[in-house]
Design a protein around this ligand. Sequence first.
Ligand SMILES: C[S+](C)CC[C@H](N)C(=O)O
Ligand SMILES: N[C@@H](CCS)C(=O)O
Ligand SMILES: [Zn+2]
Length: 351
Amino acid sequence: MGATKGPLEELIEKAGGCAVIDGGFATQLEALGADINDPLWSALCLISNPHLIKKVHMQYLEAGADVLITSSYQVTYSTCHLFLFSTCKNHHTIIPVQYKATIPGFLSKSLSIEEAEKLLQKSVKLAIEARDIFWTHLQKNPKHGYNRALVAASIGSYGAYLADGSEYSGVYGPDIELDKLKDFHRRRLQVLASAEPDLLAFEAIPNKLEAQAIVELLNEEKVNIPSWICFSSVDGSHTPSGHSFKECLEILNCCERVPAVGVNCTSPHFIDKLIHELRKFTKKAIVVYPNSGEIWDGRAKKWMPSECFGDGSFEALALKWRESGANLIGGCCRTTPNTIQAISKALKYKR
Ligand SMILES: C[S+](C)CC[C@H](N)C(=O)O
Ligand SMILES: N[C@@H](CCS)C(=O)O
Ligand SMILES: [Zn+2]
């Protein structure tokens, strides 16, 4: 961890060395009845049901989450739209013909760029509001035992934008080079940072090139909000693209804007081994928030049963992961507030 203590380091310290992240956001939205079968995935609710978004955040706070991740995972602009942004001084210059061809997300829902950007900001605002309401309410009880939660703006990978499960393959095709990935991430990063979350959470990054793009972008844009960068893994030893974590960490270790690194949306089965692997190559805080062990079928848009871990197993696993060196533990897809409650209770009461 760096010399000056930021909000993340302070939270980890306050939590006794290991803080709790929330659980599957889209999973819980669906459990509450939301239909998210859409290129925007969970972010569809920013338009259709923002109250439900706030309710999910509240449920995770009640369960003991010290960090809330926003609903912006799959909010993206089309590629050509971003290339325009990166080359035009006037961000509102539009070439409608290009847009029509490729816009999969907000713009395909007949929203203007300004409206789409407001929705990105809204994702941060909703989480901040939930956190503030919860925290104000807790002040009535001096023995509440919760930490004031941090809000992390979710930033999904280019693979998430493709909406075909590529965040678990890392195969983006020969045309996708470093600068294209930087351009893809640039405007969304600027907009989310302007909404002033406490943290930026780059989630399920499946290859080294994208990690490099993110680090370069954070430096170029002089982003002063601390970030974590989490990779996905499908074999427990490499990123889905086949890169070693050693190689990836060599890139991230140089960047002070990234105080924490880790893995998310990966089977719990691999997490302990991955924590040891990460610890060999970095002094940064280690973040782990696995999924339930089920596997996403990007074509069928369904979770396929596999070796699945229930809430009971998360209690023992969280203790083991803390022992192995994790500083932030939570859950990703198919985990719920019950999972987070099990993790939170274990970490708080079992030493
Ligand atoms: C974290 S995955 C389950 C999110 C959905 C994926 N990007 C898709 O749209 O297929
Ligand atoms: N923050 C997202 C991550 C998906 S991998 C969610 O929990 O829905
Ligand atoms: Zn996930």
